[in-house]
Design a protein around this ligand. Structure first.
Ligand code: IPM
Ligand code: MN
Length: 352
């Protein structure tokens, strides 16, 4: 019996999570597993009503869950940063979800802006460090608001934090068993402290994995190669900030925010899965947003929980929908409504 926390969040989050739950329900019936849902209404509306973002007590509950399915955060009436830091980043940090796992896989029938590349060329995974780097909020202002103002934002890289991320990436590459190739993405030519540590940890851990081919690429070069030669990549490991940036580029080449999903993983604790797009306030309540990314997040969650067969079923169903059913992944241009896509995937999961 899995205990799954559901945090639909803001904007179109609830609409897409509803479809993911529909698919989860069917997957559980056909693959015979049980789960219980615990719903949470954290997000912009609750914050505006009560002033509460995420109480400490929520974490006592979260820690008892097997996984969390997250929708989206971001509210037009809340200043940017409050909910992102107060909900999404806070959960990542407090639950020590030190891996952000982002598959970049182009499904059949999905439009990629890269000419001449298809599903065979675009299929790699980014392992992004998720609890350190520039995201920890280290730094501060000096003489704020004056002409002499100084702003410092420091990137924190601990040997322990870097090494556990790298080790996860090696294990993941080995288990994925596709090309057994792991690329470190950094900036060793300029960030000579942070990525010196990353590089040393990378090649030290590499010795434990003789079956994995390793290589290194600067983050700017990675951006070129995602476009020019995406087929070069199998698994990429990188820090929090670079990972944030390159996975948006990755999402675009796999068809955009309508399809991209990711996992915030604590391999020893509670992990959280999410469509990586935002809350899309302008589409809220219209039943036109694409739920496939949220459905794919549920797939990643099931695979993480060990329900590989259910995960595979969902992925096959999503691939059938992209290949044969929908015209576009873009909101309002799919040829179907949000709930119709959810029904379609659910039916395909049932039929197998
Ligand atoms: C992501 C998002 C978040 C991040 C924001 C919303 C804080 O862009 O999950 O990639 O920067 O990590
Ligand atoms: Mn991002």
């Amino acid at each position: 019996m899995y205990k799954i926390g559901v945090l639909p969040g803001d904007g179109t989050g609830p609409e897409v999570i509803r479809e993911a739950l529909k698919v989860l329900q069917v997957a559980s019936e056909v693959e015979n597993f049980n789960y219980e849902l615990v719903h949470y209404d954290f997000g912009g509306d609750r914050y505006l009503k009560t002033g509460e973002i995420l109480p400490e007590s929520a974490f006592d509950e979260f820690r008892k869950l097997d996984a969390i399915l997250f929708g989206a955060i971001g509210h037009p009436d809340v200043k940017p940063g409050i909910l992102e830091k107060g909900v999404l980043l806070r959960i990542r940090f407090e639950l020590d979800q030190y891996i952000n796992l982002r598959p970049v896989k182009l499904y059949p029938g999905v439009y990629t802006p890269i000419k001449g590349k298809g599903p065979n060329e675009i299929d790699f995974v980014v392992v992004r460090e998720n609890t350190e780097g520039l995201y920890v909020g280290a730094g501060g202002f000096l003489k704020k608001g004056t002409p002499d103002e100084v702003a410092v934002q420091e990137s924190i890289n601990t040997r322990k934090g870097v090494e556990r991320c790298i080790r996860y990436a090696f294990n993941y590459t080995k288990e994925r068993n596709k090309e057994n190739k792991l690329t470190l993405c950094g900036k060793t030519n300029v960030l000579t402290y942070a990525f010196d540590l990353w590089e040393r940890a990378f090649y030290e851990v590499a010795r434990e994995y003789p079956g994995i081919t390793t290589n290194y690429a600067h983050v700017d070069a990675i951006c070129m190669w995602f476009i020019k030669n995406p087929e070069w990549f199998d698994v990429i490991v990188t820090d929090n900030m670079f990972g944030d940036i390159i996975t948006d580029l990755g999402a675009m080449i796999q068809g955009g925010m309508g399809i991209a999903a990711g996992g915030n993983i604590n391999p020893e604790g509670v992990s959280m899965f999410e469509p990586i797009g935002g809350s899309a306030p302008k589409y809220t309540g219209m039943n036109i947003i694409n739920p496939l990314a949220a459905i794919s997040a549920a797939q990643l969650m099931l695979e993480h929980l060990g329900e590989q067969k259910a995960g595979k079923r969902i992925e096959q169903a999503v691939m059938k929908v992209t290949a044969e059913k929908i015209k576009s992944l873009a909101a309002g241009q799919m040829g179907y409504s949000t709930s119709e896509i959810g029904d379609m995937v659910a039916d395909l999961v049932r039929e197998g």
